[in-house]
Design a protein around this ligand. Structure first.
Ligand code: FE2
Length: 366
């Protein structure tokens, strides 16, 4: 019998780096709309010539917004092709060299070899491998570092610091991949990283009469890293995953789910700051008690804030999805509060699909 693969040791998500058209303005959006706090900066003033980066943080979530300073930088090329999107899903590890050797030894493609960067706060070792599309996983070893982010960055301390919105950590990150590529990408996480599959559902589970998708969830051994992988499935009209692939020009991260302990307060704050969420049909709440049973929250309050509810055999979860946060209909966020549930809201996919189709119809892309 084949022995079980050892899972790559990962402590959590280290940071998520977005390549964007205008990092300065994107950073302002994540401050003002989402309540992220300014942490660090790198650019011309720190000796960079091709890019500028703003680092923001909310509890355990770190975002890096990076824009190009030249027309031919890697950032500019990426942005020209994909628009604003996630480039780096960085993973916090104890040994970045070992992580690199383990994964490349099992077939991962190299993004960059292990490198050590240092400043007065110590040293960080990073290495990086490729995953679906142009997305990469950078391994970050920071056990010998006590600075706020990475060597090469300086503190960014503007006076403008809107309050946080109660976001705590990255719950999961979903990747959209091409037709019939889901098994290959799920296999990559199994064979290269030693992840295991959590739950699977097929297009009979997720889809309306028109559009459909298939999904597999890959997770590491401590379950702190969860990567659902979607592929489009045939429907009467264009799948939402296909729409993403058309506009992102290939596979890429579809959404990042951010966890909160008080979803009503978080959603309320985000709405007041101008974050747009998917429309949830009023009829969604007509049968909700039949579907999810008793919950701690007042259904009327959840209905007022248009928050979705789903249950699995471990508990239930509350969630809601933003509209795309950039010009192209590609990347969006999920806000999630888990009440012991370990699933991803499969029961809400029907309501979600209908809402998404309405959006697609308005964009003329169905
Ligand atoms: Fe999700």
């Amino acid at each position: 019998m084949e022995s079980k693969l050892k899972c790559l040791p990962i402590n959590g998500t280290d940071y998520i780096e977005f390549y964007v058209g205008n990092a300065k303005q994107a950073a302002h959006f994540y401050q003002s709309a989402f309540g992220f706090q300014p942490v660090a900066y790198a650019g011309l003033e720190t000796g960079l010539t091709d890019r500028t980066s703003y680092v923001l943080r909310q509890d355990k979530i770190t975002f890096v917004l990076t824009g190009s300073l030249t027309p031919d930088s890697e950032v500019a090329e990426h942005h020209k092709l994909h628009g604003d999107g996630v480039k780096v899903i960085a993973l916090w590890v104890d040994d970045a060299k070992q992580s690199f050797e383990d994964t490349t030894g099992k077939g991962a493609e190299v993004d960059f070899e292990p490198r050590t960067e240092s400043d007065q706060h110590g040293e960080v070792v990073r290495s990086s491998i490729k995953t679906y599309g142009d997305t990469v996983h950078t391994f970050v070893e920071r056990k010998n570092y006590n600075g706020t982010f990475l060597p090469g960055f300086i503190a960014w301390q503007p006076e403008y610091k809107p309050e946080d919105t109660g976001l705590l950590f990255v719950d999961h990150i979903v990747g959209n991949v091409g037709w019939n590529e889901m098994d290959k990408v799920a296999g990559y996480y199994r064979d290269v990283m030693g992840f295991e599959q959590l739950i699977s559902f097929d297009d009979n589970d997720i889809g309306t009469e028109y559009t459909a998708l298939r999904s597999k969830v890959m997770a590491n051994d401590n379950m702190w890293i969860k990567f659902p992988i979607n592929e489009p499935a045939k429907g009467l009209k264009k799948s939402q995953v296909e729409e993403y692939l058309d506009f992102y020009i290939g596979p890429g991260p579809q959404h990042v789910a951010l966890a909160t302990n008080d979803i009503v307060a978080t959603i309320d704050a985000l709405r007041k700051r101008g974050v747009d969420f998917l429309h949830v049909p009023e009829t969604y709440y007509d049968t909700i008690i039949d579907r999810v049973g008793e919950i701690d929250e007042d259904i009327e309050v959840l209905k007022k804030h248009h928050i979705l509810i789903d249950r699995d055999d471990k508990g239930y979860l509350l969630q809601l999805f933003t509209k795309p946060v950039e010009d192209r209909p590609t990347f969006f966020f999920e806000i999630i509060q888990r009440k012991n549930a370990i699933s991803f809201g499969k029961g809400n996919f029907q309501a979600l699909f209908e809402a998404i189709e309405l959006e697609q119809q308005n964009r003329g892309t169905l």
